[in-house]
Ligand binder design. Structure first.
Ligand code: 13P
Ligand code: ZN
Length: 270
């Protein structure tokens, strides 16, 4: 049996957490990631042994038998690279759809992120619309969060502003950004609300808290949040100054059509 500590998927997760910490998106234990793994990918690294079972507290029957590498609750992204076996866990959703079977990790007796409802419910929603989906990522990027306090939290308005901030935004997230109002985090309710938005968006802002991203792999999902954060930074650097130039709606349309992306046409005034 191969050692999990050598698995490429583990190293990609460690690098992603380190990058997110480096960018200041994940202070203290802020943020969490879950990576859906294929059975063939994990099988060489596992025995049949289940270390512990942990109740989920919600129904995840659609995901039974699926494997996820998940950041631990209360764990710091900055520490993942030095001690992945304490800060990460590899779980399988049990046959009952109500329990997680711990196969590796959470070495200090820890457990998965408190945001697992939002993660697993969003995985279920995304898998229905995207068979290549694998990653849910939550983070507290600085400028995105700052923008939450000075910009209206409306999906159409927020998406339009972000699209106007960098030419490539509409190409990277043509589906726009969903928005939830401030809600209590760590609950099944915010999990259901996030998953509901994930049916149409790969990015969901949690009002005055942070952002969720969904994608086919860690790089793509990171890149989505990174692009929103860059746009939010440009916004925060310019919002208090007179706007002299902007990317017009007809130019956004031109971009979307040239790069052949399926964009939210109802978000443009055309
Ligand atoms: P966890 O430490 O439980 O992952 O929570 C961090 C967080 O960002 C809550 O929204
Ligand atoms: Zn958070």
């Amino acid at each position: 049996m191969k050692n999990v500590l050598n698995a490429p998927f583990l190293h990609k997760m460690m690098d992603t957490c380190a990058n997110m910490y480096r960018l200041g998106w994940d202070e203290r234990n802020g943020g969490n990631i879950s990576l859906l793994l294929e059975e063939e990918e994990v099988a060489p690294y596992l025995t049949e042994e289940v270390l512990r079972t942990i109740p989920l507290g919600f129904d995840a029957t659609d995901l039974k038998g699926k494997y996820f590498l998940v950041t631990g609750t209360g764990k710091y992204f900055k520490n993942v690279k030095d001690d992945p076996e304490t800060n990460l866990g590899l779980i399988r959703i049990a046959e009952d759809g109500q329990t997680a079977e711990l196969l590796w990790g959470y070495k200090d007796g820890g457990r998965f992120t408190s945001e697992l409802p939002a993660h697993l419910k969003s995985h279920m929603a995304r898998l229905k619309v995207d068979p290549n989906h694998h990653v849910i990522m939550h983070s507290h990027p600085t400028y995105t969060l700052a923008m939450n306090y000075v910009h209206v939290l409306d999906e159409r308005e927020l998406t339009r502003t972000l699209w106007q901030m960098c030419t490539e935004c509409i190409v990277v997230f043509p589906d726009g950004v969903g928005v939830l109002p401030w809600m209590l985090c760590g609950t099944n309710e915010i999990g259901d609300a996030t998953a509901n938005k994930m049916e149409q968006y790969r990015l969901v802002v949690w009002g005055m808290h942070g952002i969720y991203g969904a994608g086919k792999d860690l790089d793509e999902t990171f890149g989505l949040i990174e692009t929103v954060e860059k746009a939010a930074q440009i916004y925060m650097l310019t919002a208090h100054l007179p706007r002299v130039n902007t990317i017009e709606d007809h130019q956004l349309k031109e971009l979307a059509e040239f790069f052949k992306v399926d964009y939210r046409k109802d978000f443009l005034n055309i």
